[in-house]
Design a binder for this molecule. Structure first.
Ligand SMILES: NC(=O)c1ccc[n+]([C@@H]2O[C@H](COP(=O)([O-])OP(=O)(O)OC[C@H]3O[C@@H](n4cnc5c(N)ncnc54)[C@H](OP(=O)(O)O)[C@@H]3O)[C@@H](O)[C@H]2O)c1
Length: 350
């Protein structure tokens, strides 16, 4: 059989357009699989890296972190996959930075421990909404030790238990506020928290509230209400659980100001952010950040994702919005992301 040809959407310089061109066919290294991509999804990080060039380790770069497709090649030491398996995976572009780690290609290298089989009834375009969101959610919820990520910034360390595969997990008597419940990472954090028996109050727009409920939030509060921070405080108190803290998915100046209002009225707590946290917080507030390539997610990829999808413990939320077909459609998807997304994941099919 002839060797297939690889292609990728290359970025040669920050701010330039992506250019679709030939790429070397990756070779599976130790503990790696090569995925023949069927669908890839767009993350804010990809759009940011394309525009600013930050975090790019070598040029030209193939961006993208989330793939779903068929295993083309299995590297030495790989136990869980064989050629032809339907898989979803998270690449390690952010930490390894090699061109074969980019999702924006026909073939991509994925570590065995950052991939899972996709059940037959789940389409690739749905599964591909999962990877970055899953890794982020695990970082937000399950990290136990607040080690340093960058000078002055530590990992968020809520130390909550891992999600279980039970359809109706027993309450563990804790409430978490998920700010940005309708972000991709917010939906998955809500789903995993609920699956661990944690009660979730989600902050998000009224229009997308039904989806937050579908993800498992017990209550949704609209951030457009003038007094929404008071409503969050009331809702947390009314639950009568131990308040765990806030996971702030958007993590910007506006949301930080609101987080601190809520935390002040709840006598402090943990604030876990998706970007560097506010530098000045009261003594009763601890802050941390997620860095969504973390070994903490490996057992979740290995033991949880496939059965959780099979049992419906996690759903592929937000729903994919397929922008187009072929690597050429990725530029259009970047443009669409910049124009704004609303409880949807932009996906390109290959
Ligand atoms: N540090 C890391 O490792 C890491 C990893 C992944 C993501 N991130 C960061 O996390 C953030 C979220 O990423 P994502 O992909 O999950 O986002 P996303 O899905 O693109 O977020 C879109 C959603 O944001 C919500 N939103 C916008 N402004 C809001 C506000 N003021 N309050 C509440 N919700 C608001 C909207 O919800 P409504 O429909 O309710 O309006 C919209 O549906 C990004 O900034 C990303 O860069 C960081």
């Amino acid at each position: 059989m002839s060797t297939p040809k690889n292609k990728a959407a290359w970025l040669h310089k920050a701010g330039q357009d992506l250019q679709v061109n030939t790429a070397p066919l990756p070779e599976a290294g130790q503990g790696e699989i090569i995925v023949k991509n069927v669908a890839i999804s767009i993350n804010p990080l990809d759009v940011y890296m394309a525009g600013e060039g930050h975090f790019v380790q070598r040029w030209p770069v193939v961006l993208g972190c989330d793939v779903a497709g068929e295993v083309y090649q299995v590297g030495p030491g790989v136990q869980r996959f064989k050629k032809g398996d339907r898989v979803v995976g998270h690449t390690v572009l952010l930490t390894h930075g090699r061109e074969q780690d980019g999702a924006y290609a026909l073939y991509t290298a994925v570590l065995e421990n950052k991939a899972a089989l996709i059940p037959e009834n789940v389409p690739f375009k749905d599964a591909v909404v999962i990877p970055t969101a899953l890794e982020s959610a695990v970082c937000a919820l399950n990290i136990k030790e607040a080690t340093t990520i960058m000078p002055g910034v530590q990992k968020g360390a809520l130390g909550l238990p891992s999600a279980s595969l039970e359809a109706k997990p027993r309450s563990i008597g804790k409430t978490l506020v998920v700010y940005g419940g309708n972000t991709a990472i917010g939906f998955m954090t809500t789903q995993l928290a609920r699956a661990a028996g944690v009660d979730v109050i989600a902050i998000g727009s009224k229009e997308s509230a039904q989806l937050s409920k579908q993800a498992g939030a017990s209550e949704t509060i609209d951030y457009k209400d003038a007094d929404f921070t008071d409503k969050v405080v009331q809702a947390v108190k009314a639950k009568g659980n131990t308040f765990v803290g806030i996971f702030d998915a958007p993590s910007n100046e506006e949301t930080y100001a609101n987080d601190l209002k809520i935390l002040e009225k709840l006598n402090g707590g943990h604030l876990v952010c998706s970007h560097p946290p506010p530098s000045e917080v009261p003594g009763n507030v601890t802050t941390g950040m997620i860095f969504a390539v973390d070994p903490a997610a490996d057992p979740v990829w290995k033991d949880f994702v496939t059965p959780a999808l099979e049992k419906g413990v996690i759903q592929c939320l937000p729903k994919p919005n397929v922008v187009g077909t072929g690597l050429e459609a990725i530029s259009k998807a970047h443009g669409q992301y910049k124009a704004g997304v609303k409880a949807e994941k932009l996906v390109v099919e290959l």
